[in-house]
Design a protein around this ligand. Structure first.
Ligand code: APR
Ligand code: PHB
Length: 396
């Protein structure tokens, strides 16, 4: 085996998903060098189908990161969302309820692609398909990271480590147990999601509650639909032919929506369990966690990717302050600042999840309360305002 190769950078970024890529790009634009270490190939990362509803803060971050051009043309502005239950569709007018704010539908895969392109054009250093990433001396002023790529061993000396490596990554696990509290909540169901090359059933994203289970209508563009249904945790992909999916999906939508449904073969299909998780805190010594490495929300409020963006906003700002003026307060206040917004988004995501899904263990009393919650949202301008304020994204 070759001897170890030694590198030096300011910020070693673990994980090349949106959190890591955004951070690297924003630091670069302020002349702060970073290196990204990603366990998977670029093709694999770009093949993952993830979320798609962006808050204005996320779109603004894209602009600041120099990747605002394509979304300008291809992003779909949504001024409202639909909430369906008991065979009726209701409209929540985000724009009028928030004084002119909207959300943009643009897939996470597209953002990741834009970020990779931007990093390439600036000669950003990204190591793909790395193994055994290990973080060292995080509680010192001289942390370093070791890893292997193609059987070559590497060491990167750095000032800081950014843990952007998702829920299963190594960064959070490198924090001593007594320095970290983890809050977990799992839901007794998952979402089966499909992507189909068909025109979307509705111009708006529709969240539908039904006694057979929740369903969601979303889209990626005018010829690509993204749909989900609530399924049991025991269900496997092989149980869900396209035909069964379409039949079930149609049953759970009000006729006003399902009458427009155009079905076709799926081009992607996956099942994900729903859970919430928060790590407190997001900082240990010279390590900072951002994105899914620090928290997961159930997808019902469309907050996962948007929270990764707000984390990166806070963390990049703190690192830029540190390098420009030696100020450390921002860095050591990062966790508290980010967690305030994270917990509020966890609350919103949990409320949406509880209101819209079918829980087999619910008593008749709980079912009536759930129905009252939905009816209150539809009837009360104040309740709609709270929904809209959260859905378009709480301020940074
Ligand atoms: N070493 C290097 N890279 C790793 C390691 C490791 N030990 N473990 C995981 N990774 C990589 C994963 O392969 C993945 O590409 O870290 C990356 C984390 O990316 P994401 O899971 O996309 O998480 P994040 O960047 O925080 O994005 C936020 O928002 O919509 C939600 O969950 C959705 O991915 C989304 C997230
Ligand atoms: C999606 O388009 O994938 C999507 C939309 C809204 C959600 C979750 C996912 O709440």
């Amino acid at each position: 085996m070759n001897s170890q190769e030694n590198l030096k950078t300011k910020v070693a970024i673990i994980g090349g998903g949106p959190a890591g890529l955004f951070l690297s790009q924003l630091l670069h634009l302020h002349d702060i060098e970073s290196v990204i270490l990603e366990r998977r190939s670029r093709e694999y990362v770009l093949g993952r189908i993830r979320a798609g509803v962006l808050e204005q803060g996320t779109v603004d971050l894209m602009r600041r990161a120099g990747i605002g051009e394509r979304i300008e043309h291809e992003g779909m502005i949504h001024e409202g969302v639909g909430i369906a239950f008991e065979n009726a569709l209701h409209h929540i007018d985000l724009m009028s309820l928030t004084g002119g704010k909207v959300v943009t539908v643009y897939g996470q895969t597209e953002i990741t692609q834009d970020l990779y392109q931007a990093r390439d054009s600036m000669d950003g250093m990204i190591f793909h398909e790395v193994n055994e990433v290990t973080l060292h001396q995080l509680d010192s002023a001289m942390p370093y990271v070791t890893f292997f790529k193609d059987e070559q061993s590497y060491r990167i000396d750095c000032d800081f480590v950014a843990g952007c490596d998702g829920f299963h990554g190594v960064s959070r696990k490198s924090i001593p147990q007594d320095e970290l509290t983890e809050y977990h909540m799992s839901y007794p169901f998952g979402w089966l999601g499909i992507l189909a090359e068909t025109p979307p059933v509705s111009d708006e994203v529709v969240y539908a509650s039904h006694e057979r289970g929740f369903s969601l209508c979303s889209m990626r563009n005018s010829m690509l639909s993204r749909y989900y249904i609530q399924v049991s945790l025991e269900d496997q992909l092989k149980d869900w032919s396209d035909e069964r999916f379409w039949g079930e999906f149609k049953t759970r939508l009000p006729a006003q929506v399902s009458d427009n449904l155009i079905t076709g073969s799926s081009v992607e299909k996956s099942i994900a369990p729903l859970r919430a998780f928060v790590a407190d805190n997001l900082n240990y010594g010279r390590l900072f966690l951002a994105g899914d490495a620090g928290h997961i929300v159930p997808p019902t409020g469309a907050k996962g990717l948007n929270l990764a963006a707000s984390d990166v906003h806070y963390l990049s700002g703190a690192l830029i302050d540190y390098y420009q003026s030696g100020q450390e307060q921002g860095l050591y206040g990062y966790s508290e600042r980010a967690l305030d917004r994270i917990w509020k988004s966890v609350r919103f995501s949990m409320w949406c999840t509880l209101m819209l899904h079918t829980f087999s263990e619910h008593t008749p009393f709980e079912r009536r309360i759930q129905k009252a919650d939905l009816q209150y949202l539809i009837d009360s301008p104040s309740a709609q305002k709270m929904f809209a304020e959260n859905y378009i994204g709480l301020p940074y």
